[in-house]
Design a protein around this ligand. Structure first.
Ligand code: SF4
Length: 371
């Protein structure tokens, strides 16, 4: 988080401990419309975030208007980054949302720089840009407009049905630059969905969003990930999911097994102990110690199971170990071969953590991943 920016000398008695008088920090907001949530409005000095190091992600830049995410997915990889803000990675991550209120003006300024090379910008790779806060702050239309005006291609990945509000803006942008839209939908049992993504829209609402985007002319990708061992990896579950995705009008599916980084693993295991204690020992075998990935054997087994089903449903097998399509409306798909590099689950380590004190050197942006 870039806390350095403009100095706000007023103090705010409602602010979190240590946040009363922070550089770049504006105010803390709670409203009846967003009961249980707190928004921390900040002035960001920069908005375009360069993906650090030798990342194998298919993009080099991200924009993240929010930190924390009210969709509250138990498995969310970004949870650990909230601790850089002296907030916890559990309930605080779900309810204490940092809002970069000046992100539109900041990204416009950065896109005007002569040095900007118009590389693809990814929206929604760290936290969800169409989470509930976006209903209040309406930052995405300005970001999309700024990217399109500057001739910058971009992608959006979300679980948020709020993206439907911006379909006209996205259609307008897609007439000028390549635009990829992707919905993340991995839980097709609504009881499980409610338990593990309790702040996110229902599965059906997201499928309806796929339909709306498809009807607007987008070739919508669906991220069927994370697939949860023993919970959503049966043939019936995957086949049923793909059938519904296809019926919703999706163009293709990208899938992948659960990934448990250190910052999220304790929260996930705690959830498992409450909801499926019978699976705890299996998960401890699959994700021992600091292991973030499921074992190679499991992922191979999953590939053998999922790929034929994806082909059968006409959703073009694209394993998470392949590069995803980066298509624009009307543009031909990039060929994907078995030789394409691994990228999704081979993330570089996060940047070294800054001391977790406000006012100390800035905390790092999360290293992007795709769920
Ligand atoms: S996985 Fe995505 S939608 Fe879910 S909490 Fe994390 S950022 Fe939000």
């Amino acid at each position: 988080m870039r806390w350095q920016g403009q100095r706000i000398d007023e103090t705010d008695a409602q602010a979190l401990p240590g946040m009363e008088n922070r550089t770049g920090f504006l105010r803390t907001v709670t409203t009846p419309e967003f009961a249980g949530m707190t928004f921390h409005e900040v002035l960001a000095k920069s908005a375009l975030n360069h993906v650090p190091g030798p990342s194998k992600m298919p993009f080099n830049w991200t924009v993240n208007p929010y930190r924390g995410c009210s969709h509250a997915c138990v498995y969310c990889f970004a949870r650990g980054t909230h601790t850089y803000l002296d907030l916890d990675a559990g309930r605080d991550f779900d309810s204490q949302i940092v809002v970069k209120v000046n992100v539109v003006e900041t990204v416009e300024k950065e896109l005007r720089r002569g040095s900007w090379k118009h590389e693809t910008v990814a929206l929604g790779t760290n936290t969800d840009p169409y989470q509930r806060a976006e209903g209040r702050y309406r930052l995405m239309p300005g970001i999309i407009g700024a990217l399109a005006d500057s001739g910058t291609p971009f992608s959006v990945l979300t679980k948020g049905t709020l993206i439907r509000r911006d379909i006209p803006v996205l259609v307008d942008a897609a007439a000028r630059v390549p635009v990829d839209v992707q919905l993340s939908i991995a839980m097709f049992d609504e009881t499980l969905r409610e338990a593990i993504e309790h702040g996110a829209p229902s599965t059906q609402a997201r499928l309806d969003t796929v339909r709306a985007l498809s009807d607007a002319g987008f070739r919508v990708g669906v991220f069927l990930m994370p697939i949860l061992p023993h919970l959503t990896d049966s043939v019936d579950a995957i086949d049923g999911a793909l059938r519904r995705i296809k019926e919703a009008g999706a163009d293709h599916v990208i899938y992948g097994a659960l990934h448990l980084r250190a910052g999220v693993k304790p929260w996930f295991l705690q959830w498992l102990s409450q909801h499926r204690p019978d699976l705890l020992s299996s998960y401890r075998v699959l994700y021992p110690g600091s292991a973030a990935e499921a074992p190679k054997d499991y992922r191979r087994w999953l590939a053998r199971r999922v790929k034929p089903l994806i082909r059968m449903h006409g959703l073009e097998a694209r394993h998470s170990d392949d590069r995803p399509l980066r298509r624009s409306m009307g543009a031909p798909a990039e060929p994907v071969t078995s030789a394409t590099p691994l990228w999704l689950f081979e993330q570089p380590a996060a940047e070294p953590a800054a001391p977790s004190r406000f006012g100390a050197p800035r905390a790092p942006e999360p290293v992007p991943t795709l769920f």
